[in-house]
Design a protein around this ligand. Sequence first.
Ligand SMILES: Cc1cc2nc3c(=O)[nH]c(=O)nc-3n(C[C@H](O)[C@H](O)[C@H](O)COP(=O)(O)O)c2cc1C
Length: 180
Amino acid sequence: MAKNVLLNVTGSISCFKACTLISLLTKNDYNVRVIATEDALKFVGKASFEGLSHNKLETSMFDNDDPIAHIHLAQNWADLIISYPSSANTINRLACGLSDDLFGAVCLANNFNKPLLIAPAMNTQMFRHPSVQESLKKLEQWGAQILPCGEGELACGTTGVGRLLEPADVFEFIKKALEK
Ligand SMILES: Cc1cc2nc3c(=O)[nH]c(=O)nc-3n(C[C@H](O)[C@H](O)[C@H](O)COP(=O)(O)O)c2cc1C
C-alpha cells in the first residue's frame, strides 16, 4: 500500500528543493501532504506545493477543514514525518517541544511513534551555533533521525557545512526509514 509522507517545509532559501522531493515522492507512488511554515511561503508558493503534492497545503491548526488536524495528521495519516529543509528556528523550536504552530503540534502528538527525519539547512555559523547543535542532539536522543548536511557553496556566498541534502539522497533515507 502507498505510504504517507508528511513533509514540513520551513523558511530556508533551499526551500525550492522540497518541490523536487515532492515530485520524486509522488512519481514513486507515495502520498504527500505538505505543512509549510509562514516563512516557507515567502520562498515557495502554495500553488507549487499543492500542484506537486496533489493535496491541499496545510498551514494552520485553526484555519483547517479538519478541526483536529495536528492529531489526525500525526496519529492517523502519516507513516513518516520529515522536515526538509529544516531551519535553525524550527529545529530549536522542536527541541523546546513548542506546539503553537501546526508542525510543532504534529511532532508533539506523534511523540516519536512514526519516524521523524530532520534535514537541516542553514549558513555554517548558524549550523555550528550551540543552540542548533544542542537541539539536534536533543532531538536525536528523543528519537528523531538527523540527516547529514552537505558541504559546499552556500547561498550566502560562503563555503562550508549547512547545505541541504539533495532531494534524491533524502528520498533514499525516506525509503529506508519506511522499510524498518
Ligand atoms: C534570503 C533568506 C534565506 C534564509 N535561509 C535560511 C536557511 O537556509 N536556513 C535557516 O535556518 N534560516 C534561513 N533564513 C532565516 C529564516 O527564514 C528565519 O529564521 C525564519 O524565521 C524561519 O522560520 P520557520 O522555521 O518558521 O520557517 C533565511 C532568511 C532569508 C531572508
